[in-house]
Design a protein around this ligand. Structure first.
Ligand SMILES: Cc1cc2nc3c(=O)[nH]c(=O)nc-3n(C[C@H](O)[C@H](O)[C@H](O)COP(=O)(O)O)c2cc1C
Length: 410
């Protein structure tokens, strides 16, 4: 299930310094399966030539509708009718003003006025232009007219000073657009389902500056959260330490230790339909956390740390489980299947995702994974080595197939 596959996206580019970023966004949309056509304002063509957009999209670019040599259709109406999704990026103060007032004084604004497709506006301008009451009034008008507007970022502007008005990076714009489109799609495989995901490696404090942790990057859990969101779920991600950016549309609850993670999971477990425990939760924590930094002893004697077991969250949840489908992960370096099978049964899991982290390209930190899916009373299913996002999709597709879930009303 891909939001952008075969989607007709019209990108309207106006004359701002950020217009070069539209090229990157267009590439990313096309990479995800969209067909993109571009309408340029005359001022946009001062920044980037129509030839660049035409070559990138392999589609004719609409600039001046009065010079067309094709008499079979009216340019702006044909493009408006073709459009499934329209994105105004970057949207200058001038374009925003024209659209807010219903003007159709060039091919771009005529197309915007003529289409009934959802319209997304990505403003980008100088901070004073953005803060100007006229621009703010025009943006409110766009929202009142049913367009969806992205708030610009706070940051360094082309003028050399910082302020609000900067266009977010294409990756962030794509994430926002994708999430908006998911919200508009009434029936996706996980629509109406609440999915709880844990990710990252927990940290068990030894003193104020040191902790025990593990090599988990959080990438697998974040991929599951993003994939579940793309499949329409309402997703809560309980995140132990990672350096990853929150997936769009996902509620992220940061935690540090195994105990904090356990409390957060228990709080949210009852209301969820699916729990995916992808976090690497420490099995042990120090018996004692020093309030002050542990100093080297004068005699340089060895330091012994005493550790005690943390709560086994999955085991605890096995007793609380009612309707929830529970997925666990097992990262092993030996006896993968035997250890995983034992974990599946002893913790009453519905699905266990086992990975042999001693293999190259598998498990911690990398962007790829190869896993074996274990379910009670079924033959194990081993995937190919593939991206963590593809593994996430496979896990969730398996869950949907196993549960027989049909999309629910939101
Ligand atoms: C170098 C340069 C950079 C500009 N950058 C922006 C910008 O980022 N945002 C904006 O709203 N206007 C910007 N402008 C002003 C617009 O180009 C101007 O308002 C123009 O009339 C916009 O026309 P359009 O909206 O039809 O493309 C810039 C102008 C120049 C000369």
């Amino acid at each position: 299930m891909e939001i952008w596959k075969d989607c007709h996206v019209t990108v309207v580019v106006s004359g701002g310094i950020a217009s070069y970023k539209a090229l990157v966004l267009i590439r990313q949309l096309m990479k995800r399966g969209a067909t993109v056509r571009v309408a340029l304002t005359a001022h946009a063509a001062e920044f980037i030539t129509p030839l660049t957009f035409q070559t990138l999209t392999r589609q004719p670019v609409v600039l001046n509708e009065f010079t067309t040599s094709d008499p079979s259709h009216v340019v702006h109406v044909a493009l408006a009718d073709w459009t499934d999704v329209m994105v105004l990026v970057p949207a200058t103060a001038n374009l925003i003003a024209r659209v807010a007032n219903g003007l159709a004084d060039d091919a771009a604004t005529s197309t915007i006025l003529a289409t009934t497709a959802p319209k997304y506006v990505v403003p980008a301008m100088n901070s004073h232009m953005y803060a100007n009451p006229a621009t703010q009034r025009n943006l409110r008008q766009l929202v009142a007219d049913g367009l969806t507007v992205l708030t610009p970022a706070d940051g360094m502007l082309a003028e050399g000073y910082a302020g609000r008005g900067r266009m977010p990076e294409p990756e962030a714009i794509l994430a926002w657009l994708t999430d908006q489109q998911i919200q508009r799609t009434p029936s996706l495989p996980l629509t109406g389902r609440r999915v709880l995901v844990t990710a990252g490696g927990t940290r068990e404090a030894l003193d104020p500056v040191r902790y025990i942790t593990n090599r988990s990057s959080g990438k697998m859990g974040y991929a599951v959260a993003a994939a579940a969101r793309t499949m329409g779920a309402q997703v809560t991600l309980i995140s132990a330490a990672t350096h990853l950016r929150a997936p769009a549309g996902v509620q992220v609850l940061p935690v540090a230790s195994a105990a904090e993670l356990r409390d957060a999971v228990v709080t949210h477990f009852e209301a969820c339909d699916l729990l995916v425990m992808a976090a690497a939760v420490s099995d042990y924590r120090p018996v004692q956390t020093n309030q002050q930094k542990i100093k080297k002893p004068q005699d340089h004697a060895d330091l012994t740390l005493q550790l005690t077991e943390t709560t086994d969250i999955l085991k605890e949840l096995a007793t609380r489980k009612t309707h929830q489908y529970v997925v666990g992960f097992a990262a092993e370096t030996q006896n993968l299947l035997a250890n995983a099978q034992h974990k599946l049964t002893s913790k009453r899991l519905d699905l266990l995702v086992a990975n042999d982290v001693s293999q190259p390209g598998v498990g911690f930190n990398g962007d790829t994974n190869q896993v074996t899916l274990l379910r009670p009373d079924q033959a194990p299913l081993t995937t190919a080595l593939m991206s963590k996002r593809a593994v996430a999709n496979q896990i969730l597709t398996t869950v949907v197939a196993e549960t027989g879930w049909q999309p629910q009303p939101k």
